[in-house]
Design a protein around this ligand. Structure first.
Ligand code: ADP
Ligand code: MG
Ligand code: MG
Ligand code: MG
Length: 403
């Protein structure tokens, strides 16, 4: 078989792969394929049968990033992704796609086709509202984070998971792009909107108080093997429809701080808010959408807390975790990390090499400048004052104060 040795597949190879390796399609099926990847790193093939309604997604990792050969990356990230999706599917049923097969030779993962869902970032750019999103994403986060931590798992079992989810190359991308370059452009890869350059230099590159806090946070990310985090939980990694939410793309997963995932979600909701603020002409519609985003941020924090406490109190296995006051202390650390990481994500998507469409699609220069400055001003407060963030309302209040 041509699939006995790794190569980067074309669409016609993906058709052959589906026919030979997957038991999804009938022998007399008529398969077609399209490469639909839109991310930075990988190739995503959708293979479907023209004679039935059956289809499959095959995601393959290459030896370099899809967008740039400068990023050399082991395709082992696809193993991490497939194993994480399976693990998360057990912990948070229905909130991730079903994995049909992981292929160690081809470094590809075959999974449930979610083409009838929409990528959340795209939906938010059309200013669509998802009333159940906070409910779904908090269940996903609490289940996948708390249930993989030392609160719940046997400590030896957890250490073996830390080992199998060691993900040094993708962690290094985060260490550089999120925790370093937005504040010190030492690799000269930042991509700042030119009219904002002087302001960014002053606010991010020259604020030594900020840089000290970021240095502390970087060491938190490097050393706190708290839970199996998704590691890339932005609105481009979430599929939504009216009733359901599915999280994809956990190739950055590793044992890290829980607040990394929660903070990413919060920051990306803020991107949706500033996009609406900058681009929606109809005042009533703008207020409706922004209010939903504000409520959702509030609910994400508060539902996360409520669900976290419930599982913590009912299911904690670690004996000292039951000590009165411990669960409150533990969760408050997670919320402070959440605020800080939301701040880091807000900065890096504005000034770093990987932008978000929410910001770069704002055409009017003055509106984009204002959007970028709102994000960075919120970010600095979240990072510097992270220990004061304990309730959902406080996260939203900062947004309201800054706008
Ligand atoms: P990358 O790691 O390169 O960012 P993603 O996993 O984010 O790759 O996938 C890129 C795109 O491929 C998604 O934005 C989505 O449009 C499509 N895609 C990925 N997984 C699925 C799936 N299970 N069902 C349908 N489309 C998918
Ligand atoms: Mg992606
Ligand atoms: Mg994507
Ligand atoms: Mg990815």
């Amino acid at each position: 078989s041509k699939f006995d040795k790794y190569f980067l597949m074309s669409s016609s190879d993906a058709v052959d792969y589906a026919a030979e390796k997957l038991s999804i399609f009938a022998c007399d099926s008529e398969l077609d394929c399209k490469e639909i990847g839109d991310g930075n790193l990988n190739y995503v093939f959708r293979v479907w049968d023209k004679k039935s309604d059956k289809s499959v997604i095959i995601k393959q990792a290459g030896y370099t990033a899809r967008i740039s050969d400068d990023f050399k990356l082991s395709p082992d990230r696809n193993r991490i992704e497939a194993e994480t999706l399976r693990f998360q599917g057990d912990l948070a049923p229905g909130l991730v796609p079903i994995v049909y097969k992981y292929d160690d030779i081809m470094s590809c993962c075959s999974m449930e086709d979610l083409s009838d869902y929409t990528i959340m970032r795209q939906a938010l750019l059309q200013h669509k509202i998802f009333p159940n999103f906070a409910e779904h994403i908090t269940t996903f986060m609490v289940n996948t984070l708390l249930l993989t931590s030392d609160i719940f798992l046997n400590h030896q079992e957890k250490k073996s998971l830390v080992k199998s989810y060691t993900n040094p190359e993708l962690c290094e991308i985060t260490e550089d792009l999120v925790y370093t370059e937005p504040f010190n452009d030492y690799k000269h890869r930042n991509d700042v909107f030119p009219p904002n350059l002087d302001w960014v230099k002053k606010e991010l590159y020259s604020d030594n108080e900020l840089k000290l806090e970021v240095a502390k946070l970087k060491f938190e990310f490097l050393t706190n093997a708290q839970a199996l985090i998704h590691g890339d939980l932005h609105t481009g990694s979430i599929f939504v429809n009216e009733n359901s939410t599915k999280v994809i793309d956990p190739e950055f997963a590793f044992y890290g701080p829980m607040g990394y995932d929660v903070g990413n979600i919060i920051a990306n909701m803020i991107f949706a808010w500033v996009n609406a603020d900058a681009t929606m002409d109809n005042e009533d519609e703008s207020i409706t959408f922004k209010s939903w985003v504000e409520n959702t941020i509030c609910e994400i924090i508060d539902k996360f807390k409520a669900k976290f406490f419930k599982i913590f109190r009912e299911e904690a296995k670690e004996i000292l975790a039951k000590t009165p006051g411990f669960s409150e202390w533990y969760l408050s650390q997670v919320l402070h990390d959440t605020a800080a990481v939301a701040g880091l994500e807000l900065c890096r998507r504005i000034v770093g090499m990987a932008h978000v469409k929410d910001i770069i699609s704002i055409d009017a220069e003055s509106a984009r400048l204002r959007a970028e400055r709102i994000c960075i001003t919120i970010a600095k407060r979240y990072i510097k004052n992270r220990e004061s963030y304990n309730f959902g309302e406080q996260f939203v209040n900062t947004l309201k104060e800054v706008e």
